[in-house]
Design a protein around this ligand. Structure first.
Ligand code: ADP
Ligand code: MG
Length: 317
């Protein structure tokens, strides 16, 4: 049985539906990515799972416990690193984490060991006695993540763990998340970063406007979009509508997305075989090509396939 099962999980704020009949099933031991643009409803979903906010409709089961009927039992299994950590301003990381470890019921010996380990791994050891009010956003975020590394909960939720964190820090956190999983935690990772979701997740659920678009392994998601390959063409001038129709008539071309008037993304099968044909097509139509690039689809393409938008575009709406 799934360790987390959401059943038509729904949250409304007034008339606005932030999470809309979400049905997710998360397996024990996996890293489960919840991917979507800002405002997709990821944080709201997670806050319902940890019983910080109540669903308007539907529910979720956490290791069999119904979050609406037995919230205390469900909450005990979960540790969450919040997107916007509300740390006390006067305290030091050392104090925050030792206190957290104590609340989690760790022995004094184990506490010392784990707090030191987490602070060192996250590059905070030197600053352990500094007050967090002197910390940058990224440093505060690392203190927040250290909490769940110390806690090692059965289910660990990390909400946008690497925003405001530099690339070295990101790699550290990604490794920590993997370690946590290897030690037995099931991980839910909410992110709007495609690369992060792709890199870490065993399976990814893509959300948009509160709804689930698709859920599968990154590989299967990428393979499943029509035309496994893609070619991006940037033209010197705008592409006329008729041109797109002509292009779509070429055998093996499955779909042409117009990202910008002069920027086309062509989904197709066996791109390497028909690349010459496509180049020739543009030469014949006297539309000079600025650049042409062949690539494997990414999770962004999966998102674009289902919404017609890139994640960045979806965030602006
Ligand atoms: N407490 C709240 N009151 C009103 N609207 C909210 C509240 N919390 C979130 N929202 C709205 O719900 C939507 C989803 O937000 P959120 O779950 O934070 O998305 P994400 O984490 O995917 O960026 C957003 O449009 C947000 O403005
Ligand atoms: Mg969020």
């Amino acid at each position: 049985m799934a360790i987390i099962q959401t059943v038509d999980l729904t949250k409304k704020f007034g008339n606005f539906t932030a999470v809309d009949h979400l049905n997710l099933s998360i397996e024990e031991g996996e890293i489960f990515g919840l991917l979507g643009p800002n405002g997709a409803g990821k944080t709201t979903t997670l806050l319902m799972l940890v019983t910080v906010i109540k669903p308007t409709k539907g529910t979720a089961y956490v290791d069999g416990y119904d979050i609406t009927r037995e919230p205390d039992k469900a909450r005990r299994l979960i540790g969450m690193a919040f997107q916007d950590p509300k740390l006390m301003w006067v305290v030091t990381p050392w104090d925050v984490l030792n206190w957290h470890a104590k609340v989690c019921g760790l022995s004094s010996l184990e506490r010392k060991k784990r707090v030191k380990w987490a602070l060192t791994e996250l590059g905070l050891w030197e600053n352990r006695h500094k007050s967090v009010h002197t910390f940058s956003g990224g440093m505060r975020k690392r203190v927040e993540i250290a909490k769940i590394l110390i806690q090692r909960p059965k289910i660990a939720i990390v909400d946008e763990p690497t925003t405001q964190i530099d690339i070295v820090g990101k790699h550290r956190i990604w490794n920590m998340i993997r370690t946590l999983r290897d030690e037995g935690s099931t991980i839910i990772l909410a992110t709007n970063e495609l690369y992060e979701a792709d890199l870490l997740s065993d399976r990814v659920a893509i959300m948009h406007k509160g709804k689930l678009l698709v859920c599968d392994s990154p590989k299967k998601l990428k393979d499943s979009i029509v035309g496994g390959d893609l070619i991006e063409v940037i033209l010197e001038k705008e592409a006329p509508k008729t041109l797109i129709e002509e292009l779509e008539k070429i055998d093996k071309i499955v779909e042409v997305l117009v990202l910008k008037p002069n920027h086309l993304r062509i989904y197709l099968n066996r791109a390497e075989e028909i690349l010459p044909q496509i180049t020739e097509f543009f030469i014949k139509t006297h539309l000079p090509i600025q650049s042409i690039r062949m690539s494997e689809p990414s999770l962004d393409d999966v998102f674009a396939h289902y919404t017609g938008l890139t994640i960045e575009e979806a965030e602006k709406r």
